[in-house]
Ligand binder design. Sequence first.
Ligand SMILES: [Zn+2]
Length: 88
Amino acid sequence: MPYYQNINSFKQCSTHDAFNLPHGPKAEVRIAGIYRCDCGFEFAVNASDAKPASLPAERNCRNHANEWKGRDGVPVWLLVAAAIHQVS
Ligand SMILES: [Zn+2]
């Protein structure tokens, strides 16, 4: 999960379906926010990015970033954080 400061101020949970929809490599998404791969790697889609925006194209978690010690496997992305106005 992303790191938070003052976590008690951010206890709003959404039931929006967008948080339950898995995405594969290079998937196009329209909601800005933080997407988390099932290996733990995170990727941000900015509100200012053109929509649809593409999630990372790598097809193996080991290739997310040089410093990432991911496991072998195909990335599966989930939206884990979004601005309230993005998913209302
Ligand atoms: Zn991954």
